[in-house]
Ligand binder design. Structure first.
Ligand SMILES: NC(=O)c1ccc[n+]([C@@H]2O[C@H](COP(=O)([O-])OP(=O)(O)OC[C@H]3O[C@@H](n4cnc5c(N)ncnc54)[C@H](O)[C@@H]3O)[C@@H](O)[C@H]2O)c1
Ligand SMILES: O[C@H]1[C@H](O)[C@@H](O)[C@H](O)[C@@H](O)[C@H]1O
Length: 340
């Protein structure tokens, strides 16, 4: 069976996912798209033989759409995800699930009332081969109980519209999700340190930031977020346990020896770094849609938890204090029950 997909939002990542669903993944086709920029939607639709429809609602309700992909701006996600649940259609929503915890909880309630999972959130790092192997090593017990995690999330540059709060909401949100999943643990406190600011970028921006987390099990995590590091896109993660450590590999690239130097290239953006992860993410999601089974990836609950924790980080950035993530509710049985 070919899964017929409708895509809401044909901007940068929307177009990348449409390419993926059309040319990379087998068993999927994009039949309908929409965008506020109707000319862009028409152009993208024509390139893959889909229809451009006027609104997200029209895409969700279309008879030739089996499942929905939401790649519009974050503040519009909740409306589309709720409409997809109301229509009983599986929905893949790029991060964030919603920009407020309240909207995330509305989605959780709607999905719970529907009675089975329909929502998957686009935290693609869970599909990265390195992170998957790291999780296997941790769960196998090979390094003993995890004690500390050291992470860095560096972008070469960001646009001027990027704000200090986005270091949590847009960037660290990936670590928040993948660390909860890697450790099978919950983040309970957060703190943000403000190092000297880079002079290479905008005066309004606190960049870099050092984020500190403590989990329910007492694991300490430090995360450097540096979104104007200039030299490339660089994701680092090292988990230290009682009996050893496991470190994320750097992406493979040829080693060049020339002019007295031995070098490998550093990737420049997230598209290249996580291309295989995005492919696997959509392949596995589409398989569940085709089989009529529940999605197995990040759930609406994970989307909710990530939003609550990023809210706490923004509060911590402003106050300089350690913030307890008290607002996070207990995970309902529907999503696998309480995690500590
Ligand atoms: N997983 C990742 O690593 C990753 C990477 C980039 C972006 N994202 C997420 O994907 C989403 C889109 O990001 P982007 O970089 O493609 O942004 P973008 O601005 O390039 O594209 C968004 C598109 O959505 C359209 N749009 C906005 N509201 C709409 C609505 N109500 N109905 C229809 N179309 C609408 C806009 O016109 C725009 O064309 C964001 O939530 C972002 O956080 C995730
Ligand atoms: O939206 C992007 C994307 O999520 C990337 O994975 C992250 O590295 C960037 O910091 C963020 O701005």
């Amino acid at each position: 069976m070919t899964v017929r997909i409708g895509v809401i939002g044909t901007g940068m990542i929307g177009q990348d996912h449409i390419r993926r669903l059309t040319h990379v993944i087998t068993g999927t086709e994009v039949t309908a798209v929409c965008d506020l920029d109707t000319a862009r939607a028409e152009e993208v639709a024509a390139s893959v033989g889909a229809r451009a429809l006027p609104t997200g609602g029209a895409v969700i309700d279309a008879a030739d759409v089996d499942a929905v992909v939401v790649t519009s701006w974050g503040p519009t996600h909740a409306e589309h995800v709720l409409a997809a649940i109301a229509a009983g259609k599986p929905v893949f929503c790029e991060k964030p699930l919603a920009t407020t915890a309240e909207d995330c909880l509305k989605i959780v309630s709607a999905e719970t009332a529907h009675g089975s999972r329909l929502v998957q959130v686009g935290f693609m790092r869970r599909y990265d081969a390195g992170y998957r192997e790291m999780r296997q090593v941790i769960t196998s017990g090979a390094i003993g109980a995890p004690l500390m995690v050291h992470c860095a999330h560096r972008n070469a540059t960001v646009p001027e519209s990027y704000t200090s709060a986005m270091a949590a909401q847009d960037t660290a949100v990936h670590e928040i999700d993948v660390l909860r999943w890697l450790l099978d643990d919950e983040i309970r406190t957060v703190q943000v340190l403000r190092p000297r600011r880079t002079s290479k970028r905008y005066a309004h921006l606190q960049d870099p930031q050092i984020m500190l987390f403590e989990t329910a099990e007492g694991v300490r995590i430090d995360l450097e977020v540096f979104v104007n590091c200039q030299y490339g896109y660089d994701i680092q993660c090292e988990t230290v346990g009682e009996e050893g450590l496991v470190r994320l590999p750097d992406p493979a690239g040829v080693a060049v020896r020339s002019a007295g130097r031995h070098s490998t290239a550093v990737l420049q953006d997230w598209k290249g770094r996580f291309e295989n992860a995005f492919d696997t993410e959509f392949r596995e999601w589409a398989e569940t849609v085709a089989a009529g089974t529940e999605p197995t990836g990040p759930s609406a609950w994970d989307g909710y938890a990530a939003t609550v924790i990023t809210d706490a980080l923004v509060q911590a950035l402003e106050s300089g204090e350690i913030v307890h993530v008290d607002a996070l509710k207990e995970r309902p049985a529907f999503y696998g029950g309480a995690s500590r």
